[in-house]
Design a protein around this ligand. Structure first.
Ligand code: ADP
Ligand code: MG
Length: 397
C-alpha cells in the first residue's frame, strides 16, 4: 500500500508543472469514492507573514475569481489581482478529484465552493489546478479528529456547540440556495479541542431547483394534494399497485450517503429542497445521542425506508409517502402502527430504562432533534431557525 501511495504521489507531483516547487506532500489523509486527499506543506508560504490562524483567517478568506479555464491548463483561479490575496495557510489539503468524475461534476464543485467563499464554517477554496482531465483543489488544512473517536464522550453542551457550528455552515449554504446533499460526519471536519468545525465536500452539492424538477405534491396545500391523490385511492389496487397509475415514472436525485438520506429523497421527491440537509444533520445528532454509529445501517433505499418506518411507525410513514404521491404498504411485523418516541429510542440505545434518567438539557436536545427529523420537509426546521432554537443557543446568553 505504501508503494502504491508513493507512486500515487509521484504521479500527482509530475502532472502539474512546478508542483514540487509549490507543495511538499506529507501524507494521504482521505480516500473517497470521488477523490484522494493529501496533506501538504505550502512551500511558497511566506514565513514573515503571520502564521495561519484558522480562527481568524478562515472567515476572512477571499479566494480570487474562477478564471476561464477552458483553453489552458494550469492554475484555474485568477490570481492576477494580487490585492485579493490574503495570508496563506502553511498546511493545505490537496484534493485530487478522480478523472472518472465527470467534468461537469468537478466544475460544479469548484463553482459552488467559489460562490460560498467567505461563508462561516465552510472550508474555503484556495485555488485549483487542472492538467488535461486531472483537477486538484487546494484547501487550507483543517485539523480535525475522527468522529468515531469523540462522539461517545460528547456532553449535551458539547453537542450544542458541534451542531451550532454545523448549522452555521448550513445556514450560509442554504442562504445561497445550495443543497449540500451529503451531510455526514466525514464531511464535517471537527476539532473537539478548539470546538470548531468546517463543512467540506461539495461534490454532490447543487443549486435548489437545478435538476429542473417536476412539481411535487409536497409543495401543494393539503386540499390540493388530497384532490390530486384521489385517483390513486379510487383505482382498485392490483397486486399492490394502483391499476390506473398514470403517473410518469419518477426520476429524482438520490445522491447522498446511505443512512443519511431524508425520507423525501427515498420517496423520490422531484422538488427537493435544502431541508434534506437538515434531516441528515438530525441523523448525526441522533447518532450522538444514541451513541451508535452508524445509526441507520441499510443496504438500499427500501431498507432505509423500513428503518425510518420502524421508528416513526407505519401511519406517519404512509403519510410522509403520500406527500410525494407515493403509496407505501408493508406487512413487516417489526413496523408498528405508531412507532416509538425519539426519547424512547435514545433511552433504549443507551441502555437506560426510565425517563427519570433524562436531564432537562437532554430533553431539549431531543426536542430539537424532532424538529430536524420531521418527516414532512415543509414542516422541518430551517437552518436559520435552528440557530435561534434554545438548544443551539445553549450557553450563549
Ligand atoms: P470525497 O469527495 O472523496 O469524500 P472530501 O472532500 O470529503 O472528499 O475529503 C475526504 C476526506 O479528506 C475528508 O473526510 C477529510 O478527512 C479529508 N479532508 C478533506 N478536506 C480537508 C481539509 N481541508 N483539511 C483536512 N482534511 C481534509
Ligand atoms: Mg466526503
Amino acid at each position: 500500500a505504501d508503494g502504491h501511495f508513493q507512486q500515487d504521489m509521484a504521479r500527482l507531483q509530475d502532472s502539474f508543472a512546478g508542483f514540487r516547487q509549490k507543495y511538499r506532500l506529507i501524507k494521504r489523509i482521505g480516500e473517497g469514492t470521488f477523490s484522494t486527499v493529501y496533506k501538504a506543506e505550502d512551500l511558497v508560504y511566506d514565513k514573515h507573514d503571520n502564521s495561519w490562524d484558522m480562527d481568524k483567517e478562515l472567515d476572512k478568506w477571499t479566494p480570487p475569481p474562477l478564471r476561464n479555464h477552458t483553453s489552458q491548463s494550469g492554475e484555474i483561479l485568477d490570481y492576477t489581482s494580487q490585492s485579493q490575496r490574503r495570508r496563506k495557510p502553511k498546511y493545505v489539503a490537496i484534493k485530487k478529484i478522480y478523472v472518472t468524475s465527470s467534468p461537469n461534476r468537478i466544475l460544479n464543485e469548484l463553482e459552488l465552493l467559489h460562490d460560498l467563499r467567505g461563508c462561516q464554517s465552510v472550508c474555503p477554496l484556495i485555488t485549483a489546478f487542472r492538467s488535461t482531465d486531472q483537477v486538484v483543489a487546494i484547501l487550507p488544512y483543517f485539523r480535525h479528529a475522527d468522529f468515531r473517536d469523540y462522539f461517545r464522550e460528547m456532553t449535551i453542551p458539547d453537542m450544542a456547540i458541534y451542531l451550532r457550528s454545523l448549522f452555521t455552515a448550513l445556514a450560509s449554504v442554504h442562504q445561497h440556495n445550495i443543497l449540500h446533499r451529503d451531510i455526514k460526519p466525514t464531511n464535517f471536519l471537527y476539532d473537539p479541542d478548539s470546538r470548531r468545525g468546517v463543512l467540506v465536500d461539495f461534490g454532490l452539492a447543487e443549486r435548489e431547483g437545478a435538476d429542473g424538477g417536476k412539481h411535487c405534491l409536497c409543495h401543494d396545500d393539503s386540499a390540493t394534494r388530497k384532490a390530486r391523490l384521489q385517483p390513486l385511492f379510487s383505482a382498485e389496487p392490483k397486486e399492490g399497485y394502483a391499476r390506473e397509475d398514470t403517473r410518469p415514472s419518477r426520476r429524482a436525485n438520490r445522491a447522498g450517503t446511505r443512512g443519511f438520506r431524508a425520507p423525501e429523497v427515498l420517496f423520490k421527491c422531484t422538488e427537493q429542497t435544502t431541508k434534506i440537509d437538515i434531516w441528515s444533520a438530525g441523523v448525526i445528532l441522533l447518532t450522538i445521542l444514541s451513541r451508535r454509529f452508524p445509526f441507520f445501517n441499510s443496504a438500499d433505499d427500501v431498507e432505509a425506508m423500513i428503518e425510518i418506518a420502524t421508528i416513526f411507525g407505519n401511519k406517519r410513514m404512509q403519510g410522509a409517502a403520500l406527500l410525494h404521491g407515493c403509496m407505501m404498504e408493508t406487512s413487516i411485523p417489526t413496523i408498528g402502527r405508531s412507532g416509538y418516541s425519539l426519547e424512547g429510542i435514545i433511552l433504549w440505545s443507551t441502555g437506560r430504562s426510565d425517563k427519570v434518567k433524562i436531564s432537562e438539557d437532554e430533553k431539549l436536545a431531543i426536542k430539537f432533534l424532532s424538529r430536524c427529523m420531521e418527516l414532512d420537509p415543509t414542516r422541518r426546521i430551517s437552518a436559520a431557525d435552528a440557530l435561534q432554537h434554545d438548544f443551539l443557543r445553549m450557553g450563549l446568553d
